[in-house]
Design a protein around this ligand. Structure first.
Ligand SMILES: Cc1cc2nc3c(=O)[nH]c(=O)nc-3n(C[C@H](O)[C@H](O)[C@H](O)COP(=O)(O)OP(=O)(O)OC[C@H]3O[C@@H](n4cnc5c(N)ncnc54)[C@H](O)[C@@H]3O)c2cc1C
Length: 431
């Protein structure tokens, strides 16, 4: 995002849609509406989009949305890695499961691992080229008032405040959403009890990419109360996430660098040395991600609605937050188009329809994410043993593998039934 230098007085007084927050949901919504010629104001306090210190997975659901916008091709010209397989191991390196996207009837039989700002910057660039869209970096949604003819939104920039009128106000303002608080929307907002630390690094040119410590495969390691993921975002760029059980960051830091490097070496021999060569900054410098759960009973009130993490922040185990935020943006754009282009259609009805569809879907994902956290994050030896049998059993049962992959890809929702789990458990046990 390039500082626009625009001040509040340069804004028009009326827009069709005011979007607070340029996360993937707000960007997607603005792109679809802007392409259809609606007058959109997109406001975000950020002045630039920069690397987060981790990559993210764009699932087939998100890839399809990017394709609809004509942005998948341009994104594939940026640094990225395509994954069609994800490998799961125990901390003792014993293989648990390989989950392959191929042959599952998906629109795309791969997911993209990419630094999120690359996608967001492309969307921002598209918006800059759309004449009906006004971008307002450095601006922040403060509050709003509903009247018969729409919403009056107070936007702040550098201490100044301006009131702008819109037919609808959309909050894609993240997990701590101000709009959600102002609307007092009912639902659960809480922190998950385990957090993650992450680091992005580049493997130095003098190290070969042939060794298991530096190859590009996507790997998850699950131990008792311990999880380590390692993914690539280019041939030499990698990022990892390491779970902190019960968010015990002080204990993690006090155990020191050598303990952590030993842990990762146990998963991938030689990785500790690769991290050191790449300039490992030490455990105390790793970024901690506290994960929030937002599970609302209502997303829309009058002419305002929340989307993305503001409405349904979930655990990264399902690798869906960005993808579902984009799906919110795409679907909301189509409901708003219906309402804004047909005077006989009620805007409030369209918002309600959107909310109903999306609440059902995201609640199901929350259920899945909570269950995954319970099983994956556990340090209970019985659960750990049981989960290992289930993983192995799934690996040997193509129909179960298919259900999991189609769900994580975002193209279906096919959670495993109790029967599926017992079946997988018994198959794993018999191995
Ligand atoms: C460790 C980790 C790993 C993850 N991995 C994945 C993954 O692999 N795949 C995946 O799909 N998802 C993943 N996610 C989830 C994903 O990052 C989020 O779900 C996604 O970014 C949410 O998008 P959003 O559209 O809600 O906007 P957000 O990304 O939450 O952005 C909100 C925007 O609102 C702006 N804002 C804040 N306040 C205001 C205000 N008052 N006015 C205007 N604007 C405001 C902010 O500046 C920001 O730009 C991961 C999350 C974590 C923590």
């Amino acid at each position: 995002m390039i500082p626009s230098g625009k001040d509040l007085l340069s804004l028009d007084h009326e827009y069709d849609v005011i979007v607070a927050g340029a996360g993937p949901g707000g960007l997607t919504l603005s792109c679809f509406l802007g392409k259809r010629g609606f007058r959109v104001l997109l406001v975000d306090p950020r002045e630039s989009m920069s690397p987060l210190g981790r990559g993210e997975l764009i699932q087939p659901l998100g890839l399809g949305i990017l394709e609809d916008l004509g942005l998948l091709g341009p994104l594939l010209l940026q640094e990225h890695v395509r994954y069609d397989q994800f490998h799961f191991f125990g901390f003792d390196r014993k293989p648990l499961m390989t989950s392959s996207y191929q042959g599952k009837g998906l629109t795309y039989d791969w997911a993209l691992s990419v630094e999120p700002y690359l996608q967001d910057s492309l969307m921002w660039k598209m918006l800059e080229s759309l004449p009906s869209v006004t971008l307002f970096p450095g601006g922040r949604y403060l509050s709003h008032e509903t009247r018969d003819n729409g919403v009056y939104v107070q936007i702040e920039k550098r201490g100044g405040v301006q009131t702008i009128q819109g037919k609808v106000l959309v909050g894609d303002d993240g997990r701590d959403s101000r709009l959600r608080k102002n609307l007092a929307l009912p639902g659960v907002v809480k922190e998950y009890k385990d957090s993650y630390v992450s680091w992005s690094f580049e493997i130095p040119e003098n190290l070969s990419l042939e060794s298991p410590a530096s190859d590009m495969s996507a790997r998850y390691y699950l131990g008792p109360g311990e999880i380590f993921f390692l993914f690539a975002t280019s041939s030499r760029k990698r990022f990892f996430l390491y779970m902190l059980k019960d968010r015990k960051i002080d204990e993690f830091v006090s155990r020191g660098n050598s303990d952590f490097l030993k842990r990762v070496d146990q998963c991938i021999p030689g990785l500790g040395d690769v991290l050191i060569s790449a300039g490992f900054p030490g455990v105390s410098a790793l970024k901690e991600w506290v994960i929030q759960k937002v599970d609302l009973e209502q997303w829309a009130k009058d002419y305002a609605v929340v989307i993305g993490d503001a409405a349904h922040a979930t655990n990264p185990h399902v690798a869906q937050g960005r993808n579902q935020a984009m799906e919110d943006g795409r679907l909301l754009a189509s409901h708003l188009e219906t309402a804004l282009s047909n005077p006989s259609t009620s805007l409030l009805d369209e918002l309600r329809k959107f909310e109903n569809i999306r609440i059902t879907k995201t609640k199901a994902l929350h259920h899945l994410a909570d269950e995954m956290c319970f099983v994956w994050n556990s340090d209970n030896p019985l659960i750990v043993w049981g989960r290992e049998q289930v993983f192995r059993g799934i690996s040997k049962t193509p129909s179960l593998n298919r259900k999991i992959v189609r769900t994580i890809a975002g193209e279906d929702f096919l959670p495993l039934s109790l029967f599926d789990r017992i079946n997988a458990f018994l198959k794993g046990l018999m191995q």
